[in-house]
Design a protein around this ligand. Structure first.
Ligand code: SF4
Length: 330
């Protein structure tokens, strides 16, 4: 039976709207980056978190990795209230939760060798010293598909794929159980993307890892996820099993994202394009946040009333008035 490892409840993160110090003092507007999302991830599985830029997915990952704090909400990891941890207890949990970043070029210190980069988390946690350190480093590099000959190289001497493997090795060094993968293949050439995705899936099997896999590309998420959550303007609009989401997407936004995935056949008829930009998260549209762009807009109900997340037969949850039972009085 599946065992829940991570539980996120009503997570909210607002940032002060950007501006100079004068604006920050007198302008009380906030960027609603994450606005009340809930989900769970079972041990040994992957939840894919997708959405356009500005949907709040990276902010969600950073809160779970404890890189930033939330405005409110709850994150429970293996029964532990993650957001209440401080000091040594927080340091200890960081061994169990690691993060792989989008851009390996900027996430690796250019002045340090690969050996120093991968050794850094081991040093911080006082885990391995002396002779055992080199053995541990080589083992970790090998897990990530590299070898001992990379230990003394610098990031600028590596290809993009090799740099991301170093980023993966750094995350693996302390033996985590849960990894937030924040767009780990977005900055890579297409030919390298599949290698890194396969590596992450092999590591999941070998080390019983659990992933939150963040991406804006649905086709990437499809290959690695057990379940998929679709975010739009700080909200989860649909969440369900990967096959359900890809074969029978329910939310008009999910349908539009899927329709936008390029097809390999250049002669295939053009697909529908999602029109318009994502509105500002400072002042999101009232009612359903997707209503200004929705092809299935129902009128006042969509413009005025925010849809709740409802669970459909089959387990998919969707936030859209097409599925909310028609109790609108107008
Ligand atoms: Fe479209 Fe209305 Fe559903 Fe929003 S609630 S996605 S506007 S149909």
């Amino acid at each position: 039976m599946a065992e829940e490892l991570l539980h996120v409840q009503d997570l909210v993160k607002y940032f002060p709207a950007a501006g100079d110090w004068f604006a920050q003092i007198f302008d009380r507007r906030v960027v609603r980056a994450v606005d009340g999302i809930s989900f769970e991830i079972d041990r040994g599985t992957t939840l894919g978190l997708v959405g356009e830029s500005g949907s709040g997915k990276t902010t969600t990952g950073r809160i779970i990795a404890r890189l930033i704090g939330p405005s409110r909400g709850e994150v429970v990891f293996d029964g532990i209230d993650l957001l209440a941890l401080r000091g040594q207890a927080l340091k200890a949990i960081r061994k169990r939760i690691q993060m792989i970043f989008q851009d390996p070029a900027s996430s690796l210190n250019p002045r340090k060798t690969v050996g120093q980069i991968v050794a850094e988390p081991l040093r911080v946690h006082g885990m391995v010293k002396g002779k055992d350190l080199e053995k541990r480093l080589v083992h970790t590099l090998e897990l990530a598909g590299l070898s001992a000959r990379f230990l003394n190289r610098y990031p600028h001497e590596l290809s993009g794929g090799q740099r991301q493997r170093v980023g993966i090795a750094r995350a693996l060094a302390v033996g985590p159980e849960f990894i937030v993968c924040d767009e780990p293949v977005t900055a890579l050439d297409v030919s390298i993307q599949a290698q890194i995705l396969n590596l992450l899936m092999d590591l999941q099997d070998e080390l019983s890892l659990t992933y939150l896999f963040i991406a804006h590309d649905l086709s990437v998420v499809k290959h690695v996820s057990d379940r998929v959550a679709v975010m739009y303007l700080g909200k989860i609009v649909e969440i369900g099993e990967v096959d359900e989401i890809f074969t029978t997407p329910k939310h008009p936004y999910t349908q539009a994202l899927l329709a936008a995935v390029p097809r390999p056949d250049p002669m295939a008829p053009p697909r529908k394009v999602l029109h318009g930009e994502v509105p500002s998260p400072i002042n999101p549209p009232p009612g359903c946040r997707f209503h200004p762009r929705c092809e299935r807009f129902l009128g006042d109900i969509c413009r005025e009333r925010e849809p709740e997340l409802v669970t459909l037969d089959g387990g998919t949850q969707v936030s859209c008035h097409l599925y909310s039972g028609g109790d609108w009085k107008g």
